[in-house]
Design a protein around this ligand. Structure first.
Ligand code: PLP
Length: 361
């Protein structure tokens, strides 16, 4: 079986974890500070706050902006559930704008439509889905014009760039995940980035019981602190991130060169000026059921990200948050992600392309 994802953990990660274990400082500590510094510097941002997951990072990021009941937060309906749930954690209302069918990302024209009809929206939460940046020139223009906060969900896009600028450096605040399927991992883990000192201070409060000094609690906080064990893995992974991403990009080019001749599927596009880091390599097919059955039979791992829009999930329907999106709902029925991770061998890639070419519809 060729898996859809596989983290690469080297000898350095293993020896550093043992070093941390032997030190006895196995919760938060100096390695966490160092990881925050190194990761924020990588994205050219001043403040980094390490957390327990991408989900807790998103939750704290929105809370740190003061988002609360009465606020509407605009986001994409086509993402992992955590993107939408982070808004619910703040008791705010998630509202959605449809996606672009070619990039899978939120459509700037649809953002403007929503902003014109809903003046309670004070925040835009974008997702650089599969590792492809959103159209940041259009989005920066919109957030300036409407004077709303911009939050970036970069959980799938570590190292991705729009016109030479890294994702995570556009918004008021941005969030990353280090889950094992992402471009770099700490097991579980997350990171918040911001250039705003006050927002960063709020984040540090929220991840540590709302505590400003020892046993002085200012707000209902959480325990969302990263550990030294995770941080030291993150430091090793960050050193390799560019290399791991290059391999993903190489693998994606190989897949596209071999698959683009097939008229029954559509390979992913990379617009000029965008650096796509291929957390996922996602194709569109019309008869998905028989295709994924064929992949399974041939021991090729795949993923369907995502089979339903967020607002079409039972939870969102119960909360009366369902909205119909013609593009996102159609795309949700067509997408299939193929293995593209850096552990793939040339043999694996040849095998995947060979089998897909032999698929008879
Ligand atoms: C993975 C992911 C998250 C959540 O990150 P976790 O670390 O798994 O909590 C949020 N948003 C997107 C788009 C993701 O892919």
């Amino acid at each position: 079986m060729i898996p859809i994802a596989k983290p690469i953990i080297g000898e350095k990660e293993k020896s550093m974890v043992i070093e941390v274990l032997d030190s006895g400082i196995i919760a938060s500590g100096s390695y966490v500070r160092k990881f925050e510094e190194k990761f924020s510097r990588y994205c050219n941002i001043r403040e980094g706050i390490a957390t327990t997951s991408g989900t807790s990072a998103l939750c704290v990021a929105l809370k740190s902006l003061g988002i609360n009941s009465g606020d509407h937060v605009l986001t994409t309906p086509f993402s992992f559930i955590a993107t939408g749930n982070s808004i619910l954690y703040c008791n705010a209302k998630p509202v959605f704008a449809d996606i672009d069918e070619n990039t899978f990302n939120i459509d700037p024209d649809k953002i403007e439509e929503k902003l014109r009809e809903d003046d309670k929206i004070n925040t835009l939460l974008i997702v650089h889905l599969y590792g492809l940046p959103c159209n940041m020139s259009k989005i920066m223009k919109i957030v300036k014009e409407y004077q709303i906060y911009l939050v970036e969900d970069c959980a799938q896009a570590h190292g991705a760039e729009f016109r030479g600028k890294r994702v995570g450096s556009f918004g008021n605040i941005s969030c990353f995940s280090f889950y094992p399927t992402k471009n770099m991992t700490t097991g579980e883990g997350g990171m918040i980035l911001t250039n705003d000192k006050e927002i960063a201070e709020n984040c540090r409060l929220y991840i540590n019981h709302g505590m400003s000094e020892r046993y002085k609690h200012e707000t209902v906080g959480f325990n969302y602190r990263m550990t030294n064990i995770q941080a030291v893995i993150g430091l090793c992974q960050l050193e390799k991130l560019d290399k791991l991403n290059s391999k993903r990009i190489e693998n994606a080019s190989f897949l596209s060169e071999n698959l683009s001749e097939l008229e029954w599927l559509l390979t992913p596009i990379v617009p000029r000026g965008y650096k796509h880091v291929f957390n996922q390599y996602t194709i569109k097919v019309s008869d998905r059921n028989s295709f994924v059955r064929y992949l399974s039979k041939n021991e090729i791992g795949y993923g369907i990200y995502y089979p339903k829009t967020i607002c079409n999930q039972p939870l969102y329907r119960k909360l009366n948050l369902y909205e119909r999106f013609s593009v996102a709902e159609r795309i949700a029925k067509m997408v299939v992600s193929l293995p593209v991770h850096p552990s793939l061998s040339t043999n694996d890639l040849d095998y995947i392309c060979g089998k897909i070419k032999e698929f008879e519809r």
